[in-house]
Design a protein. Structure first.
Length: 321
């Protein structure tokens, strides 16, 4: 199979039929063998019924329905797990991503041998102050922190080799950083392509300004995981040594000062340096304990699914009652 199109969605009933028809038209005109995987992330509208209708009319349409809203990262993870195409395309369901971009993205993977190609919405139709400016700041910080030179980390339109999506773990809200996850997994040939951005045709965006706050927090998380995820003691141990050393130096100073210079002066416990020494030594010990706990957790963790599937279409037709 040439292409798997993975589409996470939440309450996008109005756009699904039009999006499906557009994708099918592109696939047929380019003679691609394909599948479309709609991942319904707990929609409360009629999105799943629309997917069922589409799957009956087109056997290439497949669906996964979550029991509730688990988040875009979990939806992508489920889609990646089931995707069978040589190239996996991800796109949003709101018609802001243009399916006409798929052939060019496919060619960059298959002919130019990229592991991952990310779309770049160079010209956007979003509100300039609520989305564009925070997005530019967010992308700048992501580039500086991760070393991945992309202009638009948050673009939903991306193309991957099959081997990439099968070997990365997208969890939490890490969908913004899939290129970073891919790089950390060893897939370093990452490209970018300017894609057309379209104004939303139906409904309203499901993301607010809080996504940028969450994005920066996730950026810190992925920086930590990238640098110290497999060796937490290297970070916490170093911090522990520094803090404990500061406390020890103050303790030595207080002891020498009391023994040789102020034998009849104030009690050590009445001096502010005593509390600095005590606090920093306690914090240093706690950092050491955190490092040990991190190492123990790392060695004992077990894989656990982060979402529950309610129904599937044209995959394994399991229904949870």
């Amino acid at each position: 199979m040439n292409i798997s199109v993975v589409i996470p969605l939440l309450n996008e009933q109005e756009s699904l039929t039009e999006l499906h028809d557009w994708i099918a038209k592109v696939m047929q005109s380019n003679r691609f063998s394909y599948e479309i995987l709609f991942i319904d992330d707990g929609s409360t509208d009629e999105s799943w019924k629309t997917i069922e209708t589409l799957s009956k009319a087109n056997a290439n349409v497949k669906g996964i329905r979550f029991l509730k809203n688990f988040g875009k990262s979990q939806a992508l993870h489920a889609g990646f797990e089931k995707a069978k195409g040589d190239v996996i395309i991800t796109m949003d369901a709101d018609l802001q991503d243009n399916p006409e971009e798929i052939p060019a993205l496919y060619n960059k993977i298959t002919k130019d041998n990229f592991d991952l190609v990310s779309g770049w919405k160079k010209k956007r139709y979003d509100n300039k102050f609520t989305k564009n400016l925070p997005s530019k700041l967010f992308n700048w910080a992501a580039r500086k922190t991760s070393g991945v030179k992309l202009n638009d980390f948050n673009c939903g339109l991306k193309a991957y080799k099959n081997v990439v999506v099968k070997n990365i773990d997208v969890n939490g809200e890490m969908h913004r950083y899939i290129p970073v996850l891919a790089k950390n997994a060893g897939f370093t040939k990452i490209g970018e392509q300017v894609v057309q951005h379209q104004a939303r045709k139906y409904g309203e965006t499901k993301f607010g300004m809080e996504r940028f706050i969450n994005g920066f927090l996730d950026l810190i998380t992925i920086w930590f995981i990238s640098r110290f995820g497999k060796r937490p003691m290297h970070l916490f141990g170093a911090l522990g040594v520094i803090m404990f050393a500061i406390g020890f130096v103050f303790s030595v100073y207080l002891g020498i000062d009391k023994l040789f210079f102020h034998k009849t002066g104030r009690l050590i416990t009445e001096r502010p340096q005593f509390f600095i020494a005590l606090t920093t030594m306690i914090i240093g010990t706690q950092f050491f304990i955190a490092g040990f706990l991190g190492e123990i957790i790392l060695r004992s963790k077990q894989n656990k699914k982060r979402y529950l599937v309610k129904e599937e279409l044209n995959l394994n037709n399991t229904v949870i009652n």
